[in-house]
Write a protein that binds this ligand. Sequence first.
Ligand SMILES: CC(C)(COP(=O)(O)OP(=O)(O)OC[C@H]1O[C@@H](n2cnc3c(N)ncnc32)[C@H](O)[C@@H]1OP(=O)(O)O)[C@@H](O)C(=O)NCCC(=O)NCCS
Length: 201
Amino acid sequence: MEKLLLFIKQNLKFLWAVIDSINNAIYGLLFDKTMKRSLNAISNNVDISPYTFKELKASDTNDLYELIKNQKESDLNYFQPHGFDHDSIRGKLKQKAFLMMGIYFEQQLIGYFFLRFFVNKKCFVGRLIDADYRGKGVGLLMNKIMYGIAWNMKFRCLSTISKSNHFIMKAHKKNTTMVVLKELNNNFLLVEFINPDLSNN
Ligand SMILES: CC(C)(COP(=O)(O)OP(=O)(O)OC[C@H]1O[C@@H](n2cnc3c(N)ncnc32)[C@H](O)[C@@H]1OP(=O)(O)O)[C@@H](O)C(=O)NCCC(=O)NCCS
């Protein structure tokens, strides 16, 4: 199923847009409240000091635009969840099934991470950290938040990662929650992050 959806996303843009908007509408009806509750619960229970995080809103469009624009072009080779111009970011921020969050150090946006939800109770996560803040464990903090929200909502938490993306492979090397589900085309892996509290049941 994921393979088919990825194929449609990459090759049949019009069909993907239709699926995306139907998914978004149904998701809003069925899961928006649960998502808000889970986001709230994680915000209250996960301490990421000295950093802070929040859901991004339309007023954060320019900060996110600047964060992405300031990264090397090659850093975006494997990170293409949506367009990076102002209109694309603003459009994405309106989608209920696409939760966008920012991580901050002293009021400055230093990382962007998201969960893309599907009504079949699966979600996909992704993230980008400002080059000056990599290798400091910020990705691990994002993991706690992203996985925490997905697991709290009882959604399966998935991602597609490229074996050629040295940074993400290195970041996940010690990630004991990650299992590889499938090898995809173009050297990509479909991976799942499994809640350790449930894996022994
Ligand atoms: C992929 C990406 C998010 C990884 O960033 P990162 O900062 O390396 O991510 P992590 O926080 O998981 O890194 C942990 C590293 O920080 C180190 N670290 C330093 N201080 C730390 C601390 N206080 N706590 C935990 N880890 C710390 C860890 O030891 C680890 O390094 P190691 O792998 O050598 O052991 C980043 O490279 C990026 O934004 N790339 C561009 C976008 C992209 O490709 N995104 C992925 C596609 S979805």
